[in-house]
Design a protein around this ligand. Structure first.
Ligand SMILES: CC(C)(COP(=O)(O)OP(=O)(O)OC[C@H]1O[C@@H](n2cnc3c(N)ncnc32)[C@H](O)[C@@H]1OP(=O)(O)O)[C@@H](O)C(=O)NCCC(=O)NCCS
Length: 154
């Protein structure tokens, strides 16, 4: 089940953030602020099965751009479609916020995530050199949400 995250999910999301994002993981304070509503453009979703939070995603909606800031799934639950469900929920919601495209940045060495995004119709549009704290480049990818916003149309 995909649902909006609540304050009772903070601990689980912080643990997933640490487990899936490594050195780039957000602090507990930042997650708490985001889930608690302190960051007005930010929205957290969680994927739950058998009362366990097994995945989460974070999007920001500001003007015509929706940004996928995070998506992570617990290792044992991967390749079962959980991230696809989380992404589908974000993509379905984004146009109602006024967004016409979704952008994201992903580490250039994160082959699994790049393959996931490509399989979900994101296309690479740019690179940001030395974007991450260890000097790795970011690949910038885009998904059009309405016709005429670039990328591959569905
Ligand atoms: C990337 C990630 C979110 C994918 O989650 P997931 O629940 O396993 O994804 P899904 O099961 O919905 O995958 C759907 C499709 O994406 C592609 N895909 C996903 N992981 C892949 C991998 N490691 N290698 C190649 N393709 C992959 C495949 O096409 C897959 O379909 P298939 O299983 O039928 O081949 C997960 O691997 C993860 O949490 N990684 C660590 C965190 C991370 O890198 N997040 C992204 C940057 S914020």
């Amino acid at each position: 089940m995909i649902r909006a995250a609540g304050t009772s999910d903070i601990e689980a999301v912080v643990a997933l953030e640490a487990a899936t994002q490594g050195a780039d993981a957000w602090s507990e304070g930042l997650v708490r602020d985001g889930i608690g509503g302190g960051l007005p453009t930010i929205s957290y979703l969680v994927a739950e099965t058998d009362d366990q939070v097994i995945g989460y995603a974070v999007a920001s909606y500001a003007g015509d751009i929706a940004e996928l800031q995070r998506i992570g799934v617990a290792e044992p639950a991967r390749r079962g479609g959980v991230a696809s469900e989380l992404l589908a929920a974000i993509v379905a919601h984004a146009p109602s916020t006024g967004a016409d495209r979704m952008l994201l940045e992903v580490r250039a060495d994160n082959r699994g995530a790049i393959a996931f995004y490509a399989a979900r119709d994101f296309v690479e549009i740019d690179r940001r050199a030395r974007y991450y704290r260890d000097g790795t480049d970011a690949v910038v990818m885009r998904l059009p949400l309405i016709a005429g916003c670039g990328g591959r149309q569905k």
